[in-house]
Design a binder for this molecule. Structure first.
Ligand code: DAH
Length: 345
């Protein structure tokens, strides 16, 4: 086929491209020109029979025609696509004024919610609400709290030490925030700190290597005594459990940073396997550690003279579990979306 003839044939087909209205028609033309037995393909095949001196010129001619045809066809495809989008825009409208069906924007985790609620309670009562670092040093977590290097209490905490940083650990208790607060602000002080603590405990229904504590410290110029401590704990726990009055029992205990030290139990009753905190419950459950601040703690914080203070702490996760009838601490942290949806607030 002569180059002229090829050009003529292709030209007339390309003219038809201008008037096609469907992809199908366009595909047909494309195949007639560029397809397996289309004009261009056939012309390229015929090159083989030409003498070498004509091959080059004719080949270049075919390629020119081929490129031109491809361009025109691609432009038509783009035109079709644009028209399709325009039609869609015209016909498919989104009514943004329609109400959304049962929106679900997520909620606050039970622990987050408990922290916020109790934080607001203490802020409203004039307490400082303070944070401390979760990565602590031996000094704040143990030494300053009167827990000496070889004190058995150190071993019982199963501490996570940071590799390569000998004196550095994940805090095992929020009591270290007592130390930071008194060293920075001195006394008198009324503070709480709520946050994460870590111990190398195996994860099971009642233990988690990460859990939350609430720490409270009150130091006053006036002597404070166990009565004040008891009153504060009663108020705080009654608020937490949303009951008029919790009934508390104090048992002598030992913590190196308090003297005397107490373990605090709370009355409850069991109903359908759930713990219900109530003043006239028939059983006791351990709920907090507490005591009168040991003079060595003041000394370690560089505080001079006679000081009076009480402190207590409770594990927030356990309390949240009791309040919500949750039996397994793992539920709090295993991010099951159905659970989170149920308990999220
Ligand atoms: N830090 C103690 C623990 O984690 C709990 C505790 C006991 C805190 C007595 C106190 C306290 O502030 O006075 O086991």
């Amino acid at each position: 086929m002569e180059a002229k003839e090829l050009e003529q044939n292709v030209k007339s087909l390309l003219c038809a491209v201008q008037t096609v209205v469907s992809h199908r028609e366009l595909d047909q033309i494309k195949s007639d020109i560029l397809g397996k037995s289309g004009y261009v393909t056939r012309a390229l095949k015929s090159l083989r029979e030409l003498p070498d001196e004509e091959k080059k010129a004719y080949g270049a001619e075919i390629n020119k025609i081929k490129n031109h045809a491809e361009e025109i066809i691609a432009a038509k495809i783009a035109e079709f696509e644009e028209r399709l989008i325009e039609e869609k825009l015209k016909n498919e409208k989104v009514d943004i004024t329609l109400p959304v069906e049962s929106p679900r924007f997520g909620g606050l985790h039970l622990i987050t919610n408990a922290i916020r609620r109790i934080r607001d309670y203490y802020l409203a009562r004039g307490f400082l609400v303070l944070d401390g670092p979760e990565i602590e040093t031996d000094f704040y977590n143990f030494d300053a709290l009167n827990i000496h290097k070889y004190h058995p209490a150190r071993q019982s905490h199963d501490t996570f030490y940071l590799k390569g940083f000998e004196e550095t650990l994940l805090r095992t208790q929020t009591s270290c925030v007592q130390i930071r607060t008194m060293m920075e602000m001195g006394v008198p002080v009324r503070m709480v700190s709520i946050g994460k603590t870590y111990r190398n405990d195996a994860l099971d229904a009642t233990h988690s290597p990460m859990f939350h504590q609430l720490e409270c410290l009150v130091v006053d110029e006036q002597p404070v005594n166990i009565g004040h401590l008891k009153n504060e704990l009663r108020k705080s726990l009654s608020f937490f459990f949303d009951v008029e009055n919790v009934a508390l029992r104090f048992r002598p205990s030992f913590f190196p940073f308090t003297e005397p030290s107490l373990e605090v139990d709370c009355r409850y009753t069991q109903k359908d396997g759930r713990i219900i905190i109530t003043e006239d419950g028939d059983r006791w459950i351990e709920i907090a550690g507490a005591g009168i601040v040991h003079p060595n703690v003041f000394k370690n914080c560089g505080i001079q003279g006679q000081q009076y203070g009480f402190a207590f702490a409770f594990g927030l996760d356990r309390l949240v579990m009791m309040k919500n009838g949750i039996q397994d601490i793992r539920n709090l942290f295993d991010t099951d979306s159905r659970w989170l949806k149920h308990y999220g607030q």
